[in-house]
Design a protein around this ligand. Structure first.
Ligand code: ADP
Ligand code: MG
Length: 249
C-alpha cells in the first residue's frame, strides 16, 4: 500500500476545529511544573525525572529526544495521565490533571488524548477496524457510526483494505498505522506518541510525519512525540532533550 494514499485533504477537513478557550491558551495546551518521578521497587529507588518544567503551546509539534533510559517514556506517560508523578503538577487544556480523581482522569483522557504506545498495544483478538471501533464506542458512538468512522480513519492511513485483518497478520508498519488511526479516533485535541515512526519503512514514515504535521497545523491539535527520528525535526516547532531525567533545551 503506497503511503501517499493517506488522504490528507479529507483529514484536514474532518479535523478543523473552533478556537480554544482563553484559559487553555494562557497555560499552553500541555504544561508541567516541578515534576519529580522516583520509581520504588522494594528497597531500591530510582530518581527518573528531576524538576521538569515544560509548556507546549496549542497547535505545536513538540519533540522529546534523549538517549535510551533518560526518562522519555516516563515523562510522556506522566503528561498523558497514565502515570502519577511523585510530585509536581500537570495541566492539560487548562485543567490540572494531577488533581483529578481516577474516574475524572480516565474520562478526560478518553475525551481529549490520543495516545500512540511504543509497542502499538492493539487488541490481538480484534480486527484493525474493531480496534478503532472499540474506542469510538467508548466515546459514545453507536455501532454503525463507529464502523463508518473507523473505515474512514483506516482509509486516511492507507489501510482500508486491511480492515478485517487481525494484528498478527499485519506488518510492523501496518500495525503502527492502525495504532495511529486509533489514536486519532474521535478527533482528540492532544496527540501523544512514543516513537511513532520507529517501526515504519521510510515511505510510510514520511506519510505518518505528514499526517501528524497536518493534524497540528490544519486541525489545531497539539502533538507531543518521543522520537529518535531526525526527519521529524524538520516539522517540529520545538525540541526538548532529556538527559538522566533532566530537561535540557
Ligand atoms: P526512555 O523512554 O528514555 O528509554 P524510561 O522513561 O523508560 O526511559 O526510563 C527511565 C529510567 O527509569 C530508566 O533508567 C528505567 O530503567 C527506569 N524505569 C522505568 N520504568 C521503571 C519502573 N517501572 N520501575 C523502576 N525503574 C523504572
Ligand atoms: Mg521509551
Amino acid at each position: 500500500m503506497a503511503a501517499s494514499q493517506i488522504n490528507l485533504t479529507k483529514l484536514t477537513t474532518q479535523f478543523q476545529r473552533s478556537p480554544r478557550s482563553s484559559l487553555s491558551s494562557q497555560l499552553g495546551a500541555i504544561a508541567a511544573q516541578g515534576l519529580e518521578m522516583v520509581y520504588q521497587s522494594g528497597t531500591q529507588s530510582f530518581h527518573a525525572l528531576r524538576d521538569i518544567n515544560l509548556e507546549i503551546a496549542s497547535g505545536n509539534i513538540q519533540l522529546l529526544m534523549g538517549p535510551s533510559g533518560s526518562g522519555k517514556t516516563t515523562l510522556l506517560s506522566i503528561l498523558a495521565g497514565i502515570l502519577t508523578p511523585t510530585s509536581g503538577n500537570v495541566f492539560l487544556l487548562g485543567e490540572e490533571i494531577t488533581r483529578m480523581s481516577r474516574q475524572q482522569l480516565s474520562q478526560f483522557r478518553l475525551r481529549n488524548i490520543g495516545f500512540i504506545f511504543q509497542g502499538f498495544n492493539l487488541f490481538p483478538a480484534l480486527t484493525a477496524a474493531e480496534n478503532i471501533e472499540v474506542i469510538l464506542k467508548l466515546k459514545g458512538r453507536r455501532a454503525g457510526a463507529a464502523h463508518k468512522e473507523a473505515m474512514l480513519l483506516l482509509e486516511q492511513v492507507g489501510l482500508e483494505n486491511k480492515a478485517k485483518s487481525l494484528p498478527q497478520d499485519l506488518s510492523g508498519g501496518q500495525k503502527q498505522r492502525v495504532a495511529i488511526a486509533r489514536a486519532l479516533a474521535g478527533n482528540p485535541q492532544l496527540i501523544m506518541a512514543d516513537e511513532p515512526t520507529a517501526a515504519l519503512d521510510s515511505q510510510s514514515g514520511h506519510a505518518v510525519i505528514a499526517l501528524l504535521r497536518n493534524l497540528a497545523k490544519e486541525g489545531g491539535s497539539t502533538v507531543l512525540m518521543v522520537t529518535h527520528d531526525s526527519r521529524i525535526i524538520d516539522v517540529a516547532d520545538r525540541v526538548a532533550y532529556l538527559e538522566d531525567g533532566v530537561l535540557k533545551r
